[in-house]
Write a protein that binds this ligand. Structure first.
Ligand code: PLP
Ligand code: ZN
Length: 456
């Protein structure tokens, strides 16, 4: 199953295939163990021929996706596999590895929106998913394809692997365990707490702690996966994008196929914004929608290479040494999916903006006071939202969606630290610690009265 640069005869009739994102000729099977273009080493993308998808008109596609959204008819109740024809059409039923991911709630953040002066602020809660982050959307696809590969003659793959300390390893470990495929997680010893890794630990993954740093782990995992027996699940793998692209389609479906004006998304390796754009592109090409939303990439100031590139008009790809940030899932200095994300921003008249640690913590706390429980990455997106509203870029009546990428419960250290006012360099203006009182009715009554009359 070696990579070929020109179509092999059995591939020419394939409707979904890998191709080089930089434009080299050639199609490659998505069941080949291949992560980059064999000619130029660029990222691959999964490409769907449009012609077969036009057999059904736009309205019929909308109806089909609508009808599956709440079904228990397996696997269509999954937000990803409900769009199966647009994801991996030839995947066999028995190889779909799904835990009913996606179909997350999109809710109207009425009170927070009003505080910011917006009449239509919506939050897409991608953290309400199986392992608590949007990474599930990509891993269900990657692990399903691996399961199908493992049934093919001459299959070399025996396990899946990634180097990650957070949401990626949690999702990979869960989906691999569900499928019964061994998962190997690489991490730098001493730099990651057991709590950060408790999901893969609980899911029975092989958790290998190496005496190196994160980049050292990435290097080892790439070397270990060279012989094709271990399949690499890090974000250069474009199969994950195919699952993640459903989030934009899902948002449109939830708006009865209307397109929001803005979508703000926190970004690190830039895979998710590329996926969001890819979903919208496909809907445009098939006539389900007739305009693009404007995409806003939100970065943490301490890890802002994409913001720096945007400031220079994308003349050059900037890399930085990413500093420590509360938003640790986007602490990335040299993003893998840079070229795809540039296209996403350019084709949607998009914007890249950044937020400081103080800004992200404050925005997260303010949102929580209106009933949310936001992770620090969502805080970055909300802080960027505030900036764009204050600058008059986002207008009061613009329909605006903020993508919340993970569940706040995965980041309790951040929450506890904020409300105990112990986060370094952060002033916790909205801290709301519990008050300790004697178990005396009068003291309790006095305290309640004091609090309610001061309109806290
Ligand atoms: C992975 C992740 C991101 C960043 O996504 P990219 O595809 O790397 O840009 C943002 N937020 C959370 C919670 C994540 O886990
Ligand atoms: Zn190429």
């Amino acid at each position: 199953m070696s990579a070929v640069a020109t179509p092999s005869p059995e591939l020419t009739d394939q409707k979904v295939y890998f191709r080089c994102f930089a434009g080299c000729e050639g199609r490659h099977s998505i069941y080949d163990v291949l992560y980059r273009c064999p000619k130029c080493n660029s990222l691959l993308e999964v490409y769907h021929d449009r012609a077969p998808l036009r057999d059904r008109n736009a309205y019929k596609w909308q109806q089909l996706f609508d009808s599956r959204a709440s079904t228990t008819n397996w696997p269509f109740g999954s937000g990803v596999w409900g769009m199966r024809e647009w994801v991996i059409p030839d995947l066999r039923d028995e190889n779909v590895v799904s835990m009913c991911e996606g179909n997350t709630n999109l809710f109207w953040a009425d009170r927070l929106g009003k505080q910011l002066g917006l009449s239509e602020l919506w939050i897409k809660l991608c953290g309400n998913s199986h392992t608590g982050s949007f990474k599930d959307l990509g891993m269900t696809v990657l692990v399903s394809v691996v399961k199908q590969m493992m049934t093919m003659p001459d299959n070399p793959v025996q396990a899946v692997a990634c180097a990650s300390t957070g949401d990626t390893s949690a999702a990979l470990a869960a989906y691999a365990a569900y499928a019964g495929i061994p998962a190997i997680i690489f991490l730098p010893a001493g730099k990651v707490s057991t709590a950060q890794l408790i999901q893969p630990v609980a899911n029975g993954a092989h958790v290998l702690a190496l005496d190196t740093d994160f980049d050292g782990c990435m290097k080892i995992v790439q070397e270990v996966t060279e012989d094709q027996s271990i399949y690499l699940a890090n974000s250069m793998n474009s199969l994950r994008i195919e699952g993640q692209k459903t989030v934009g389609i899902e948002i449109c479906r939830q708006f009865d196929w209307e397109v929001p004006d803005w979508i703000i998304i926190p970004v690190g390796n830039l895979g998710n914004i590329s996926a969001l754009h890819k979903g919208f592109r496909l809907m445009m090409d098939l006539g389900l929608i007739n305009r693009m939303p404007r995409l806003v990439a939100a970065q943490a100031e301490r890890a802002d290479p994409f913001y720096q590139s945007f400031k220079s008009g994308f003349s050059d790809k900037t890399s930085v040494t990413a500093g420590e940030t509360l938003a640790n899932a986007i602490r990335i200095g040299d993003p893998v999916s840079y070229e795809k994300a540039v296209k996403a921003v350019q084709e949607t008249d998009g914007i890249v903006e950044q937020a400081t640690e103080q800004e992200l913590a404050a925005a997260s706390a303010r949102a929580d006071l209106t009933g949310m429980f936001t992770c620090p990455h969502t805080g970055v997106a909300l802080a960027v939202l505030e900036k764009l509203v204050n600058r008059g870029v986002i207008k009061p009546k613009d329909r605006t969606v903020v993508i919340s990428t993970a569940h706040g419960l995965k980041f309790t250290d951040f929450k506890v630290g904020y409300h105990e006012s112990t986060l370094e360099g952060i002033s916790s203006e909205s801290a709301n610690p519990p008050v300790y009182l004697k178990a005396n009715t009068q003291i309790v009554k006095d305290e309640i009265e004091k609090r309610l009359s001061s309109n806290v």
